[in-house]
Design a protein around this ligand. Structure first.
Ligand code: CA
Length: 508
């Protein structure tokens, strides 16, 4: 239940702290309670979500590989959460949890193959009922058309990075340009044209930086002359881990395709491919030019190709979020508008030798979360409590003055925003991933995470347990499930796991 300042947080990361002025305390926060909420204009809500943006690629989280000055504004002027997690680390399921405030097994979207049942209760519908104007613009990815929105304009399926088709209130239209810019253009247009008499809720959702990481024209050559630092476990051999980590199919070494890399990877090329590769690579000054790297050098080469494109996509997101924040300032909306920034889950940036997500391991379990709301949040604050995507719907309803329906499973984080964590705030979280057998071959698993430990059970065609001591082993390189020193911890966590499964009605 501890709130620390951004300065303290960055100090623990060994990063230069922000300016002292960012840490000043807003007056008047104490007066905002239910009693006066009726007399105040209801707040607007802007929910910004990207796809696969890991928190370790945000400078406000201490990124060692990029800078995100506009996204950092939200942390500097609002609150940054250091223990924000998703309950099922994959695109469509996470989105369904956010809309419904219910775990995957109850909202029906357990994996990316299931269709979202749009007739069920969602927070946008509940906001509509109390007079909010609602809009959903950008990546939707739930297979059925959006419901609960006065306006929607979404990418079909995954959508494309360039010249996207979009479906506007059921009508398909084609646009010219870079999708990250276009989605933002639509949001700004909607903000300008909406009914100004009503409070609004806008879901502004980017496709970027999802695979295959196609950068916008402005950033095609960003990072050309630099080498991005590698994670310390890029060459993880998965010793001390179980079959799940060993048998996945999401490694930079083996899984990355020519389309991911936008070039045939060197190494073992046919003469025909070698000719193509040389032709493409002769155009650039690169250490590996004509070197035809093999083994670890080839993995390093692929990592650079991958991570640079991933970060270039994020640079455009950062620019565009800046455009939106500037508009809020200029239009006078900033003060009464809550801005959330998150991503549908984290991602492996070469960590453990991987890309993609799915596992309950830290890099994909974590969601970035920054929230700005000048009326209630002390600028530059940092919260360490465990919060989930499950909590977003109850939070939006709370902020709009709507009572949470009984069947929503999350909890409003509004008290945390006001730095008043309730004494009974959860100290553990429950996770369940289902999509197997499927692309990337990540085995089914469920588990519990506390501040210090993580217990995971892999099942289906396997029956293996893993335990990580996150204090001693934050990179999760050693499964200590069978270490006798942890027998008591295992026993306690199994009890907690069963309690959470009962609490959330997960009987699978
Ligand atoms: Ca995703």
């Amino acid at each position: 239940m501890k709130t620390q300042t951004r300065r303290e947080f960055l100090k623990t990361l060994g990063v230069m702290a922000g300016s002292a002025s960012a840490l000043s305390i807003l007056p008047g926060c104490e007066t905002i309670g239910r009693a006066v909420r009726g007399t105040r204009k209801r707040p607007n809500i802007i929910f910004i979500m990207t796809d696969d943006h890991a928190s370790h690629a945000l400078s406000c989280y201490g990124s060692k590989i990029n800078k995100t000055p506009n996204l950092d504004r939200l942390a500097k002027e609002g609150m940054l959460f250091t223990n924000s997690f998703c309950t099922n680390s994959i695109c469509a399921p996470c989105r369904a949890v956010i809309l419904t405030g219910k775990y995957s097994h109850l909202n029906g979207v357990i994996d990316n193959r299931k269709k979202f049942d749009g007739t069920q209760q969602t927070f946008p519908k509940l906001l509509q009922q109390v007079g909010y104007e609602t809009a959903m613009i950008g990546k939707w990815h739930l297979k059925t058309d959006p419901t609960g929105f006065d306006y929607w304009n979404v990418l079909p399926g995954q959508g494309s990075y360039y010249n996207p088709a979009m479906k506007e209130m059921g009508q398909r239209k084609k646009y010219t340009g870079y999708t990250t810019d276009i989605i933002t253009d639509h949001c700004l247009k909607w903000l300008k044209e909406r009914n100004a008499d009503k409070p609004f809720c806008l879901m502004y959702q980017h496709k970027a930086p999802h695979r295959q990481w196609e950068p916008g024209p402005k950033y095609l050559n960003m990072y050309d002359d630099v080498t991005i630092p590698e994670p310390d476990n890029l060459f993880d051999d998965y010793s001390n881990r179980g079959r799940a980590a060993k048998e996945q199919d999401m490694s930079i070494a083996k899984t990355m395709t020519r389309r991911d890399l936008k070039l045939i990877a060197p190494g073992n090329l046919t003469p025909e491919q070698k000719k193509l590769w040389d032709a493409a690579y002769n155009q650039k000054n690169d250490t590996f030019r004509k070197a035809n790297p093999q083994g670890k050098d080839l993995v390093r080469w692929k990592y650079q190709r991958y991570i640079k494109d991933y970060l270039r996509c994020i640079a455009s997101v950062d620019d565009n979020v800046g455009r939106l924040l500037d508009y809020l300032e200029k239009s006078g909306l900033a003060k009464n508008t809550i801005v959330f920034y998150t991503s549908d889950q984290g991602f492996y940036l070469g960590d453990h030798g991987w890309f993609d997500k799915r596992f309950m391991y830290e890099e994909s379990l974590r969601m970035p979360l920054m929230v700005r709301y000048p009326r209630e949040i002390e600028p530059g604050s940092v919260n360490e409590d465990i919060v989930l995507n499950l909590d977003f719907a109850p939070t939006f309803l709370d902020l709009a003055g709507v009572t949470k329906p009984e069947d929503m499973q999350g909890r409003s984080i509004r008290p945390l925003l006001r730095s008043k964590a309730p004494k009974d705030w959860p100290t553990s979280m429950y996770y369940h991933y289902y999509e197997y057998p499927a692309v990337h071959s990540v085995k089914r698993h469920y588990g519990v995470r506390t501040k210090r430990y993580k217990l995971i059970h892999f099942y289906h065609d396997i029956d293996e347990w893993e335990l990580y001591d996150l204090k001693k082993d934050p990179r999760e390189m050693k499964n200590v499930y069978n270490d006798p020193a942890y027998a008591g911890t295992v026993k306690q966590l199994k009890v907690e796991l069963q309690r959470l499964r009962r609490k959330y009605k997960d009987t699978d």
